[in-house]
Design a protein around this ligand. Structure first.
Ligand SMILES: Cc1cc2nc3c(=O)[nH]c(=O)nc-3n(C[C@H](O)[C@H](O)[C@H](O)COP(=O)(O)O)c2cc1C
Ligand SMILES: O=C(O)C(=O)c1ccccc1
Length: 343
């Protein structure tokens, strides 16, 4: 991949403080292992929106994957489906959503297949695209709400990143705003737009990009979503916002079990998934590690990554004495330093 594309994929907003903090924040609480308690069998599955998922992770929606590898979104989706991982297709994908759904259909042990929606154009344009995704076989719409205004990552700007001419983007609801601030502000989504879409959307609606517990409370109180994703967009939108590991417990407390919570940004090891789970998330999305795999070896490398993650998650659970993710104790109570037991 060329240097400018690399800067686009791996960069963040501003001075990349949030980008850096995301990864570190997953290692704040210690995992307390249990000995002589190894389960005979480990189950890595979770239940999400009434569906059994073989693994607790999905590939995060990422734009323009053809820049990373010619197999692009098709390779990432197929390898994910084959390894029991979920996949979220970006509005800015370089492959038609129908082709992605068709490629995944024959995988029997696949994870959830969701479509990420950027609400360009008019409300009817968003709805038409959601209906198209439903017809193709997608199982939910992920509405990204955290990036009404977004700039190209600092290092990508410095590297002069631009998309090649005639770049394929077959799933746009309408032409995206060209990028003047006035245009972006005028097109920004508001709560009443979410309510409008939710009433008409043929699929479960998931809000992506919640960090503030008050926003989570509002989404739940007004029944505006079927699930929400705690995300800071991998540190790409507003530098200086908290890492998601910091926001997650507060969001989880605000949600009070009303909807399932997913989280992304900075998860790099299966142990981070255990931390996320213990802090209140039901499942996670993984972004850039999959880009590394896709760019280095296409679908085969992605499949290898997911297999390694599943093995490592199973090993982690075994060492914690948990037979499944449902069997884990909550981190912040049981795994904080505890008073020494009486001798
Ligand atoms: C290159 C790139 C493109 C992205 N494109 C989108 C997108 O089109 N839609 C979206 O909702 N999020 C997009 N994201 C954000 C990811 O879905 C996700 O929130 C983030 O990458 C997770 O953090 P991680 O990369 O640290 O795992 C993108 C992220 C990257 C790195
Ligand atoms: O780069 C991104 O993170 C992203 O979400 C995006 C937004 C608009 C166009 C392409 C990607």
């Amino acid at each position: 991949m060329d240097a400018a594309a690399h800067a686009y994929f791996f960069g963040g907003a501003g001075r990349e403080q949030t980008l850096a903090a995301n990864e570190h924040a997953w290692c704040k609480d210690w995992l307390w292992p249990r000995v002589l308690a190894t389960p005979a069998r480990i189950d890595t599955s979770v239940t999400l929106l009434g569906r059994r998922c073989p693994t607790p992770w999905l590939a995060a929606p990422m734009a323009h994957l053809r820049l990373a590898h010619p197999q692009a979104e098709l390779g990432l989706a197929l390898a994910s489906a084959a390894q029991g991982a979920g996949f979220v297709l970006s509005t800015h994908a370089t492959v038609a959503l129908e082709d992605v759904a068709a490629a995944c259909r024959s995988e029997t042990e696949r994870g959830p297949l969701w479509f990420q929606l950027y609400p360009y154009g008019e409300r009817e344009d968003w709805l038409r695209l959601a209906q198209r995704a439903a017809r193709a076989g997608f199982e939910a719409i992920v509405l990204t709400v955290d990036a009404p205004v977004q700039q190209v990552p600092t290092r990508a700007r410095e590297a002069g990143f631009t998309l090649p001419p005639a770049w394929p983007q077959p799933n746009l609801p309408a032409p995206p705003p060209r990028g003047t601030l006035e245009e972006l502000l005028a097109q920004a989504l508001h709560w009443d737009d979410v309510a409008w879409l939710r009433q008409r959307c043929p699929l479960p609606l998931i809000l992506k990009g919640i960090l503030h517990p008050a926003d989570a409370e509002r989404a739940c109180a007004q029944s505006l979503c079927d699930a929400l994703i705690v995300s800071n967009h991998g540190g790409r939108v507003l530098d200086g916002v908290p890492p998601t590991a910091t926001a997650l417990p507060a969001v989880s407390a605000a949600v009070r079990g009303r909807v399932p919570i997913l989280v992304d940004s900075g998860l790099r090891y299966p142990t981070d998934v255990v931390q996320a789970r213990a802090l209140g998330a039901h499942a996670v999305l993984i972004g850039r590690p999959l880009l590394v795999a896709l760019a280095s070896g296409g679908a085969a490398a992605v499949a290898q990554l997911w297999r390694r993650w599943r093995d490592e998650l199973a090993a982690t659970l075994a060492l914690l004495g948990a037979a499944s993710l449902d069997d884990l104790p909550p981190l912040h109570t049981e795994l904080q330093p505890m008073p020494a037991p009486n001798p």
